[in-house]
Design a protein around this ligand. Structure first.
Ligand code: ASP
Length: 439
């Protein structure tokens, strides 16, 4: 059996963190392929190496002096190398980086050096083979990831290597230049490698003990989720929960490989399993709660709306004409409401209103701003009676006025619209009723 282990930036921010990672890897022989991020923050005021690289390259692009910021980056790596007592010098590597920066080789190349250099250190520390991601991860001419070519080359290459380190976040374009994924993209590399070697598990090591039921900035010490399906996670991520890069799910999902989120600083914690499907029910009926502030509701009234064929299409064309996507669309007999993102809508509101008048001839249109959406997600809701009842009585007790309710036909989630000011209270009330009262 093969496990892929991906470590996030905070797990690799210092020599002490590297030592923890070394222990984790050597504790299990199946952990054969390692995907590192770049060194992250060592404390709240620290800067990620990736951000230092972006800033340094911006100077190079502007023909300004970048020697000192580049030396600061080298210092970060040298401190790790010395702390681990490695016989490794990055002198030549940094000379090359400096030459390439001066030639303005590209911002993606610059950012990718964070993972590349950390990969060299990691391979040296573990005694694993270093495989440059530029040789095995490919993008097409348009900058999109090329899964077929990558899978073929990567599985062939790793098939011949017992243990390897493959840096995360970047790959190579058809012209040979370096390309990166979007920020946090090392998660994607881990998933791609897992698929290529048919791993039994993709372990994603981070600095929290799994996906939490709710945002820890709102709920004190929220409980971690033991098992979550890909679909549930997608619902929660879309509504603001951030654990894993959204695109990291796709490669492993295709191959039916589970993801295990684990904590480098508490390796014995259970963590969270992200799976295709499970017969384990979640302990609390709901799996998680997430939400976002900053929505506007556009309330449209028209007598006899219910009998007018095509009314909805006309209204939606007004949004489409203005390039605005909508989030939810609850409706009544003579009313219809469209929820849209406030920042996206604000500059175009009058254009949208006049387009609705022109296309659909409603009686009136009213806007309400500063709304929040809360998503209560859980595969368990399908088979449990009274979930909605519990949500709404909890909200009523907390004096939260519910402005919108939407339950998808999958019965995987209930979406609730409240005012921005009630957002935190609403999440606390729902967490308490489902989790706290069950303890
Ligand atoms: N180092 C990159 C970033 O900061 C990628 C990653 O950490 O996953 O976004």
């Amino acid at each position: 059996m093969i496990k892929i282990v991906k470590f996030g930036g905070s797990s690799l921010a210092s020599a002490e963190q590297f030592a923890k990672v070394g222990k984790i890897i050597s504790a299990d022989k199946e952990r054969r392929y390692v995907v590192p991020s770049a060194p992250g923050k060592r404390n709240a005021r620290d800067t990620k190496v990736t951000d230092m690289l972006y800033a340094c390259y911006a100077l190079a692009e502007a023909d300004e002096e970048f020697r000192i910021p580049l030396m600061k980056i080298k210092d970060r790596y040298d401190t790790i190398i010395n702390g681990l007592n490695l016989r490794l010098s990055l002198e030549e590597e940094f000379k090359q980086i400096s030459v390439n920066f001066r030639q303005k080789i590209g911002v993606d190349y610059a950012a990718s050096r964070g993972e590349y250099l950390n990969g060299l250190i990691m391979a040296n520390y573990l005694g694993y083979t270093f495989v440059d991601a530029a040789e095995v991860i490919f993008f097409d001419e348009d900058g999109n990831f090329d899964p077929d070519k990558t899978n073929a080359v990567l599985s062939e290459r790793l098939g011949k290597i017992e243990r390897a380190v493959i840096p995360g976040f970047y790959g190579c374009a058809p012209d040979g230049s370096i390309r990166t994924f979007s920020r946090g993209g090392s998660d994607i590399t881990g998933s791609i490698v897992a698929r290529a070697v048919h791993a039994s598990c993709y372990e994603n090591w981070t600095d929290v003990s799994g996906v939490l039921i709710a945002d820890p900035r709102i709920i004190k010490n929220p409980r971690p989720i033991k098992t979550i399906t890909y679909r549930e996670l997608r619902e929660l991520s879309y509504m603001g929960a951030s654990v894993l890069h959204e695109d990291a799910i796709f490669p492993v999902r295709k191959a039916g490989i589970p993801i295990h989120i684990l904590n480098t600083n508490a390796p014995d914690d259970e963590g969270t399993w992200i799976v295709e499907s499970t017969c384990h029910s979640s302990r609390y009926t709901i799996t998680g709660i997430a939400g976002k502030k900053g929505f506007v509701s556009v309330n449209i009234d028209k007598d006899m709306m219910n009998t007018e064929v095509g009314f909805g299409r006309k209204v939606l064309s007004a949004f489409e004409e203005n390039g605005i996507s909508f989030e939810h669309m609850p409706s009544g007999i003579d009313t219809m409401t469209i929820f849209v993102h406030q920042p996206e809508f604000e500059g175009k509101e009058q254009a949208v209103i006049s387009a609705i008048h022109r296309l659909a001839e409603p009686d009136s249109i009213e806007l309400e701003a500063d709304l929040a959406l809360v998503a209560v997600v859980g595969r368990g809701m399908k088979s449990t009676r009274g979930t909605a009842g519990r949500i709404f009585s909890a909200l009523a007790h907390a004096n939260v006025n519910v402005k919108m309710i939407d339950q998808g036909s999958s019965e995987l989630n209930v979406i609730i619209g409240v005012s921005n000011a009630d957002f935190e209270n609403a999440i606390r009330a729902i967490y308490d009723i489902f989790v706290e009262t069950q303890l």
